[in-house]
Design a protein around this ligand. Structure first.
Ligand code: AP5
Length: 216
């Protein structure tokens, strides 16, 4: 099974993708995570990508398309992939269609998570990420049982460099301008579902899993 999770910054794509991918045994492929890992590794691609990310802008299509294609060609992607935060432009959606066709696969379900802007801003401003294992928390909605330390590995919790308010506003504008239209690419395909993400985390997970299990 291959799934796509769409939606604005902070809507809960990463949170839901991790839970759903684990439950369904899919590879969780998040382009934001791939790009941040490349930045930490100090590769040319990663350092270039970081300048776009810190400004709240999209990394160029050809860079992201290549990273996704290379990751999807690896053996552990054969069990099925959950794409989190990709595609984000119509050009990326077309590139994904081509990659899937070359691999002899199809998209089984597209989940478009949505919530009001005020909710997104509150979620992003309270998000904390482990500096060591990169697990995500929220100071109010999903706090770590160890306070300022990661409950999984004990690493210090930090705020993402693109989670400052001014950058968040830029990310939301980019979403409206470049990414919201990607939903149209899928809406007519019969695989598309709009998900109300303005509900508790486990309610959203149950909704998505219920729908995904009907696809298999
Ligand atoms: P990326 O890392 O993908 O960021 P994003 O899309 O902006 O999404 P976020 O990670 O901010 O939020 P999310 O929806 O995953 O929410 P989360 O689950 O963490 O991309 C970062 C950057 O990389 C982009 O700006 C761009 O520069 C670049 N990039 C990435 N992909 C690209 C692409 N395809 N093309 C070009 N450039 C690309 O939840 C947020 C918080 O809310 C958490 O604290 C969580 O605990 C909490 N929370 C989640 N759900 C709930 C709930 N139901 N109730 C209460 N709290 C909740």
């Amino acid at each position: 099974m291959n799934l796509v999770f769409l939606g604005p910054p902070g809507v809960g794509k990463g949170t839901q993708s991790a839970l759903v991918a684990k439950e369904l045994g899919l590879l969780h492929l998040a382009t934001g995570d791939l790009l941040r890992a490349a930045g930490r590794a100090g590769t040319k691609t990663g350092l270039e990508a970081k300048t776009y990310m810190d400004a709240g802008l999209l990394v160029p299509d050809e860079v992201v398309n290549r990273l996704v294609r290379e990751r999807m060609e690896q053996g552990d992607a054969e069990k099925g992939v959950l794409l989190d935060g990709y595609p984000r432009t119509t050009a990326q959606a077309l590139a994904l269609d081509a990659t899937l066709k070359a691999l002899g696969r199809v998209i089984d379900g597209v989940f478009d998570l949505q919530a009001p802007d005020a909710v997104l801003v509150e979620r992003i401003s309270g998000r904390r990420t482990c500096g060591k294992c990169h697990a995500a928390y929220h100071v109010k909605f999903a706090p770590s049982k160890k306070g300022d330390l990661c409950a999984k590995c004990g690493g210090a919790l930090v705020q993402r460099s693109d989670d400052e308010l001014v950058t968040v506003k830029a990310r939301l504008e980019v979403y409206r301008k470049d990414t919201a239209g990607v939903s149209e690419h899928y809406r007519k395909s019969g695989t598309y579902a709009l998900i109300d993400s303005n509900r508790p985390i486990d309610t959203v997970t149950a909704d998505v899993l219920g729908r995904a299990k009907k696809l298999s």
